[in-house]
Design a protein around this ligand. Structure first.
Ligand code: HEC
Length: 157
């Protein structure tokens, strides 16, 4: 019995090792619930790895003025931008972003949006916010104009 148990366990750990080795190969699968991998796939071309931004092209997403000020509204704002995109002038760290368009990312699944929010708000900005399903559902089902979103952003700061 003991022997059999050990054997099963080592088979299981082999399977786990196999899965870990296979992960980089199937990037799409790996990125499903991994916020950082998704970010690197979907956002880093414009916002740079680590969300440091590209001056004049795409704003930094590490922003100690914006996110703590938004506080519990932060997930709603982030999900609003992902579902609707964003355009119009915004200013971050004294640099203006004019006439640029953040393309909508509404094709992301709910799980991917949650993973991205955990990465951007938690890992990058150190926020401890609740990523509530109702808030995500609202953002996904309720179109918001870009000026509405900029209004939320402006009121917080
Ligand atoms: C094609 C380039 C591009 C891609 C890809 C992109 N963004 Fe953006 N993003 C922008 C631009 C440009 C803006 C600023 C729009 C403006 O000036 O109104 C922006 C704005 C934002 C904002 C608002 C920042 C603020 O200070 O209010 C957030 C949040 C954001 N992006 C998150 C993301 C995330 C997360 C992804 C990946 C899922 C992503 N973006 C992918 C270009 C991009």
């Amino acid at each position: 019995m003991m022997v059999l148990k050990k054997f099963t366990l080592s088979l299981l750990s082999l399977a786990a090792l196999g899965a870990a080795l296979a992960a980089p190969v199937s990037a799409a699968g790996a990125a499903e619930n991994n916020g950082e991998a998704l970010f690197n796939q979907r956002c880093a071309a414009c916002h740079q790895p680590g969300g440091i931004g590209t001056p004049g092209l795409a704003p930094p997403l590490v922003n100690s003025m914006l996110w703590p000020a938004l506080a519990e509204q932060a997930p709603a704002y982030l999900w609003g931008v992902l579902n609707n995109g964003l355009s119009g002038t915004i200013e971050v760290d004294g640099i203006g972003y004019y006439g640029l368009v953040m393309p909508t990312q509404a094709d992301l699944t709910a799980a991917q949006m949650k993973a991205l929010a955990a990465y951007v708000l938690g890992d990058l900005n150190g926020l401890n916010v609740v990523l509530a399903d109702e808030v995500l559902e609202y953002a996904r089902s309720t179109p918001q104009s870009h000026s509405q979103l900029r209004g939320v952003r402006k009121n917080a700061q």
